[in-house]
Design a protein around this ligand. Structure first.
Ligand SMILES: NC(=O)c1ccc[n+]([C@@H]2O[C@H](COP(=O)([O-])OP(=O)(O)OC[C@H]3O[C@@H](n4cnc5c(N)ncnc54)[C@H](OP(=O)(O)O)[C@@H]3O)[C@@H](O)[C@H]2O)c1
Length: 253
C-alpha cells in the first residue's frame, strides 16, 4: 500500500496534466463523434469503443473499494452507488442507445480515454478503499454532502435528458446532424456537458477529497474545449443557428 503523501503527489501531477491538456484540447479537437477523422490511425466500431474506454472506470473504482475496505460505510457507499449508476449507464446503456450505425472512432482516442478512465477509477477507488479514514457520523448532515448529492442528481438528470434529446434527433437522418431544441438547448449548445460538469462538481463536494476534485478538473478540461468545438461546428454548419446560444455555460461561455 502506498502512503497518503505519495498518493497525493500522484494526484497533484494528475491534476497538472489536466491543466496542461486544457489549452491543447482547445487547439486540437478530439476526433470522435462529429469531429471524427480517419487520419488518426486504425479505427474501431463506435459503440464497442465507448464500452471499452468507459468500463474500466466502473470496474476499478468498485474493485479497489471492496478489495481495500470490504463493504463500505454509508458515505462511501452513497458515492459508490452514484458512481455505479453513472458508469453503468455510460459504459453499457449509452453505447446500446446511440444511433451511430457504421460509425467508427480512432483507436488512439479510445486508448486515451481508456487510460483516463483507468487512472481516474483507480485513484478514486484506491482512495476510498485504502487511504480515506472515512467520514465522521455527522458528515451526512453536512452542507457539503447534502448539496453535493443534490448537485450530482441534478447534473445527472440534465446530462441524461439532453443526451436523450440528441440521440432522438438521429431517428430520421442516419448519422446526420440537426439543430437541437428543447430544455437547456435554449441557452447552450451542449447542455449534456453542462450536466456532466455539475454532476462531478457535486461528487467532489459530497466526498470532499483530492481524487474526486481531480476528476472534476479533468471533466472541465475535457468538456469545456469539446463544447467550444461543438458550438463552433454548429455555427459553421447551420446558417440559422440560434445566435443567442452559448457553448456550455448559459449567458457566459
Ligand atoms: N467526463 C468526461 O470527461 C467526459 C468526456 C467525454 C464525454 N463525456 C460524456 O459522454 C457523453 C457523450 O459524449 P459526446 O462527446 O459523444 O456527446 P455529443 O457529441 O453531444 O453526442 C452525444 C450523442 O448524440 C449524437 N448527436 C450529438 N449532436 C447531435 C445532433 N445535433 N444531431 C444528431 N445527433 C447528435 C452523437 O452522435 P455522433 O457521435 O455521431 O456525433 C452521439 O451519439 C456525454 O454525456 C458527455 O457528457 C464525458
Amino acid at each position: 500500500m502506498i502512503s497518503i503523501e505519495v498518493f497525493n503527489i500522484i494526484v497533484y501531477v494528475w491534476i497538472g496534466i489536466a491543466v496542461i491538456l486544457f489549452p491543447i484540447q482547445l487547439l486540437i479537437t478530439a476526433p470522435y463523434g462529429r469531429h471524427s477523422k480517419t487520419t488518426w490511425g486504425p479505427m474501431i466500431n463506435n459503440r464497442l469503443g465507448w464500452f471499452i474506454m468507459e468500463f474500466p472506470a466502473l470496474f476499478f473504482f468498485i474493485l479497489f473499494i471492496f478489495m481495500g475496505r470490504g463493504f463500505p460505510q454509508f458515505i462511501i457507499l452513497a458515492a459508490l452507488i452514484l458512481w455505479f449508476i453513472h458508469y453503468f449507464h455510460r459504459s453499457v446503456i449509452f453505447p446500446l442507445r446511440i444511433h451511430t450505425k457504421g460509425k467508427q472512432m480512432p483507436v488512439a482516442i479510445m486508448l486515451f480515454a481508456l487510460f483516463f478512465n483507468l487512472v481516474n477509477g483507480t485513484l478514486n477507488g484506491y482512495w476510498f478503499g485504502y487511504l480515506s479514514v472515512g467520514y465522521a457520523a455527522d458528515w451526512k448532515i453536512d452542507f457539503r454532502f447534502i448539496a453535493g448529492v443534490i448537485l450530482f442528481i441534478i447534473g445527472f438528470l440534465i446530462n441524461q435528458y439532453h443526451d436523450r434529446l440528441l440521440i432522438r434527433l438521429r431517428k430520421s437522418s442516419i448519422n446526420g446532424y440537426k439543430i437541437p431544441y428543447g430544455g437547456l438547448f435554449k441557452y447552450v449548445s451542449c447542455p449534456n456537458f453542462l450536466g456532466e460538469i455539475i454532476e462531478w462538481g457535486g461528487f467532489a463536494l459530497m466526498t470532499w477529497c483530492l481524487p474526486s476534485f481531480s476528476f472534476f478538473v479533468w471533466t472541465l478540461a475535457n468538456l469545456i474545449p469539446r463544447a467550444i468545438h461543438h458550438h463552433r461546428w454548429y455555427k459553421q454548419h447551420f446558417k440559422d443557428y440560434p445566435n443567442k446560444r452559448k457553448a456550455v455555460i448559459p449567458f457566459i461561455l
